[in-house]
Write a protein that binds this ligand. Structure first.
Ligand code: CMP
Length: 142
């Protein structure tokens, strides 16, 4: 299997609910390498750019408001099969449908406030990591 990158974002609800440590522990227990991690905040304009593919969706405004409502923690992750493995670890978008033991089952409260983000393809994993991190900021001891 190929080594892939995926972008985790601990969303404002995950930060507010003091779940940064719990989520990072699950990331490490699952064998992902953390290449970069920062506590930051994004403006509505930057959130809108990041979620540009969802511009036409009815929840776009709510998503942009929420993602710019407080601190977030983008985390650049790498491992074999990272895209699928990260999506399996985070669980379904709607926590009510998320499997037992997944991050969203444990820490999300709704479809919008769902604790974490994950990239949905290999190409988006590369692009989304680059959205938040310069290549020179990433630490790769592999
Ligand atoms: P994420 O994986 O970050 O990518 C797109 C986000 O849109 C998704 O997680 C959800 O947080 C959000 N989203 C999807 N469906 C809805 C919805 N029906 N209402 C609000 N937000 C949604």
């Amino acid at each position: 299997m190929a080594i892939e990158r995926t972008l985790c974002i601990i969303k404002p609800d995950g930060v507010r609910n003091q779940n940064i440590g719990n989520i990072v522990a699950m990331i490490q227990a699952a064998g992902f390498r953390i290449l970069g991690l920062k506590l930051t905040r994004i403006s509505p304009a930057v959130a809108g750019e990041f979620y540009g593919v969802h511009k036409e969706r009815p929840f776009y405004g709510e998503l942009v408001n929420f993602m710019s409502s407080g601190a977030i923690v983008p985390i650049a992750l790498e491992k074999e099969n990272a895209i699928a493995d990260w999506r399996a670890l985070i669980g379904s978008t709607d926590p009510a449908e998320a499997a037992e033991g997944t991050i969203r089952k444990k820490y999300a409260t709704s479809k919008g406030e769902n604790a974490v983000h994950g990239s949905d393809s290999v190409e988006n994993g590369i692009n989304e990591v680059a959205f938040f991190f310069a290549e020179s900021e990433l630490i790769n001891n592999a």
